[in-house]
Design a binder for this molecule. Structure first.
Ligand SMILES: *Cc1c(COP(=O)(O)O)cnc(C)c1O
Length: 421
């Protein structure tokens, strides 16, 4: 595989951006090679700057659930561009998108559109604190909720990949209101409520964790979180930035049948454009300005191009009745291939991770027993055979509707033939 152009671009990029990248996992730091620079993407394929083509299982970390450059989405964006790129004012697209979101997430009685998952989580947490007039937030080790200061504690994925438990540059005071619990361990949550109950504004959770690799919730875990937050008058926030529109059109809350007080969406909801949303019960969201005293704003929030992409993507999802059954069927083929090769695999719908550890992975402690060197070997084996998987042990493989049966079969065969290095 010739990667001369990517190498040249990476050298230049490093002179301009920290590590040559605009988001750390892209640097390929833990898989022992330089990143590929991508030139184009269509359907289930991405092509790098040297013309190498790959079957892509990153799918931009989730947004491309329908495949890259879905014609309905790209056409909608092209049409929207003709009417101007941004107004900084109200427009009808915001309403159409919010109505669509609400039809799938009825728990989002009132919502705000913002620009990134990080911003949406940060804003949701602020609203939760404003509403409850409490300060503490419970998060789970290994769950990622974006890079706002207060949540950069055992944040999974990018931090794990770089072996960084918590970010530098975050004063202790900024995280002292963040309480850490163990994923899938309700006893760890009970202990925090017994000690700090009256001060806990919210529990925030990835309803299926996907940022320490994929770690599904154990039976009863989400229900137990629902019960204990209700008991103590704290809010339950589902960070559905990955699971929203992925596990089902109504996200994890529909998939598992648990209704949170607040929901955060990102990734798929923007159809590949920078857009995210947060929302929840009316009386909570009424705390947000201009109705209430919780301030949150954004120059490009509800941007007409991004909303047009989100509307088109959700519409296409609605018009694909076999979307979730197909995603499930295709991903199960990859899961079975991994199992036949003797690999340890976790799967939740169209999210899956092969963990290079002998222990079942159910939380952060078990996830970090995975061997990154072995993962790097697996990653490079796949890449050399034309398959682009996440360049980190602690991320998911994302399957899209555009993955053809041929490409799934080819990938399954390559995975099934994998021998550990
Ligand atoms: C990606 C992600 C975020 C952050 O979203 P950005 O758009 O990258 O800021 C937050 N929470 C979860 C669960 C995510 O996967």
């Amino acid at each position: 595989m010739i990667t001369a152009r990517s190498t040249e671009l990476f050298a230049k990029a490093k002179t301009l951006m920290p590590g040559g990248v605009n988001s750390p996992v892209r640097a390929f730091g833990s898989v022992g090679r330089e990143p590929l620079f991508i030139a184009s993407s269509h359907g289930d394929r991405i092509t790098d700057a040297d013309g190498n083509e790959f079957i892509d299982f990153v799918c931009s970390w989730g947004p491309d659930i329908l495949g890259h450059a879905h014609p309905a989405v790209t056409d909608a964006v092209r049409r929207a561009c003709e009417n101007g790129l941004t107004y900084g004012a109200c427009h009808e697209g915001e309403i159409i998108l919010a109505e669509k979101i609400q039809s799938h997430f009825p728990s989002m009685e009132l919502m705000r559109l913002v620009n990134s998952g990080t911003e949406a989580v940060m804003s949701a947490v602020r609203a939760a604190r404003g509403y409850t007039k409490r300060s503490k937030i419970v998060k789970f080790a290994g769950c990622y909720h974006g890079h706002s200061d207060g949540l950069l504690v055992r944040g999974g994925s990018g931090l794990l990949t770089g072996s960084i438990p918590d970010s530098a540059g975050v004063p202790a005071g900024f995280t002292e209101s963040t309480l850490l619990a163990k994923y899938n361990d309700i006893v760890s949550v009970q202990a925090l409520f017994e000690r700090y109950g009256g001060d806990i504004a919210a529990v925030i959770v990835e309803p299926c964790a996907a940022n320490m690799g994929v770690v599904p919730p154990k039976d009863g875990f989400l229900q137990a979180l629902r019960d204990i937050t209700a008991e103590y008058g704290a809010l339950l926030i589902f960070d559905e930035v990955i699971t929203g529109f992925r596990l089902s059109a109504g996200g994890a809350q529909e998939y598992y049948g648990i209704t949170p007080d607040m929901t955060v969406l990102g990734k798929i909801v923007g159809g590949g454009m920078p857009l995210a949303a947060y929302g929840g019960k009316r009386e909570i969201m009424e705390q947000v300005a201009p109705l209430g005293a919780v301030y949150q704003a954004g120059t490009l929030s509800g941007n007409p191009i991004a909303t047009s992409a989100g509307i088109a993507a959700i519409t296409a999802i609605e018009q694909t009745p076999d979307l979730y059954s197909e995603l499930d069927r295709k991903t199960a083929l990859l899961e079975n291939a991994a199992k036949s090769a003797g690999l340890n695999v976790n799967r939740c719908g169209s999210l899956m991770t092969v963990f290079f550890t002998g222990t079942p992975v159910t939380d952060y402690e078990s996830a970090v027993t995975a061997d990154r060197t072995q993962y790097a070997h697996f990653f490079n084996y796949l890449l050399e055979k034309g398959i682009y998987a996440a360049p980190s042990q602690f991320e998911a493989m994302f399957v899209s509707y555009a993955h053809t049966d041929e490409d799934i079969a080819k990938t399954a065969e390559i995975i099934a033939n994998y021998r550990k290095g």
